[in-house]
Design a protein around this ligand. Structure first.
Ligand SMILES: Nc1nc2c(ncn2[C@@H]2O[C@H](COP(=O)(O)OP(=O)(O)OP(=O)(O)O)[C@@H](O)[C@H]2O)c(=O)[nH]1
Length: 309
């Protein structure tokens, strides 16, 4: 559980496992040693182990080799260099989800594997867009789990957003279209559609997701206007497989990465950014909706490597 505090404190605390592992690793390598082939190799290995990806590991070590080879460097300097490379890489993909109010409604389909944090994400987004003055409609598209519908209903009540539901076992595509029509009739600006969690290797469930997309197009040929993939950071490298399959199946337009507090491998977000270039809208660093915030490159990079401020 998070114990409150400012967002930066929550972020730092949430990324604590990842930053401790990286910091300790860097201190271990560079205490009283020069920057040479051996230490650079060890650094590269550490960054790969931290799920940063080979490109980042390469870029950091190449830069350090060019500028500091043969010199003594402090762990602090290494962390600063690392943060700099990470910021350059993730800044272009750190983008909030932009709602086009002209679409009425802008349709956002939220997808991901079971328990990744879809419902929490929808609740949080519903609240923040409502607070910003938009009319939001929710669709409880997880027709497999009654508890998921209940959870979304609670969010609907809490945020004062109308919600479309159907009994367990109902056709999720039909529900999505019903929700679209209801949202349109209400003049809603935004329709957030929850879906059942599905593993990316279940082709039958992935086909169902494609059906939802096809059926939504009967309402608006351009819908869904956004497809958000919610990824649980604790799955580590499997996040890559998930991003790839969901992207190929339904064209992911943005990512929300949750549970960064539950892993020492927060670097996976960086390697995802580098590999797919898909915008990251928000990150979660704790169990409550308060812990889910827009993704901000500099704060993330500095917190990840354990730098102050
Ligand atoms: N520690 C931590 N827990 C989180 C985070 N985001 C969500 N959770 C928790 O993860 C659990 C699953 O979140 P949900 O939003 O219900 O996930 P879902 O994807 O809708 O789940 P399904 O309906 O099973 O597909 C809940 O207990 C959340 O409180 C996070 O950033 N950190």
């Amino acid at each position: 559980m998070s114990e409150g505090g400012s967002w930066l404190q929550r972020l730092k605390r949430g990324l604590g496992r990842s930053s401790t592992k990286l910091s300790e690793g860097i201190v271990g390598i560079f205490t009283k040693r020069r920057l040479d082939d051996e230490t650079l190799d060890e650094l590269e290995e550490l960054l790969i182990q931290a799920d940063m990806g080979i490109t980042i590991a390469d870029e950091v070590t190449t830069r350090l080799r060019k500028t500091r080879f043969g010199q003594e460097v402090t762990p602090e300097e290494i962390r600063a260099a690392l943060a700099e490379v990470i910021v350059e890489l993730i800044d272009p993909i750190a983008k909030p989800l932009k709602i086009d109010a002209k679409l009425k409604p802008h349709v956002v389909l939220v997808v991901g594997v079971n328990g990744s944090g879809k419902t929490t994400t929808i609740g949080k987004f519903a609240k923040s867009y409502r607070d910003a003055g938009l009319k939001v409609h929710l669709a409880a598209g997880d027709t497999f789990r009654a508890a998921a519908v209940e959870q979304l209903k609670i969010w609907a009540e809490r945020t004062g957003c109308p919600i479309t539901t159907r009994p367990t076992g109902a056709d999720a595509a039909g529900l999505a279209l019903d929700a679209y029509n209801a949202a349109k009739a209400e003049g809603a600006d935004l329709l957030l559609i929850d879906t059942a969690g599905r593993l990316q290797n279940r082709t039958d469930l992935m086909a169902e997701l494609q059906k939802i997309v096809r059926v939504l197009k009967k309402g608006d040929p351009a819908a869904p206007h956004s497809v958000l993939l919610v990824l649980d950071a604790t799955v580590g490298q499997n996040a890559h497989a998930q991003a790839e399959t969901f992207r190929d199946m339904v064209g992911v337009t943005g990512i929300v990465m949750t549970k960064l507090d539950g892993t020492a491998r927060g670097g996976v977000l960086v390697s995802l950014a580098e590999r797919y270039g898909i915008p990251v809208h928000a990150i979660g660093v704790g169990e409550t909706a308060e812990d889910l915030r827009p993704f901000e490159a500099t704060a993330f990079a500095r917190s990840l490597v354990g730098l102050e401020g």
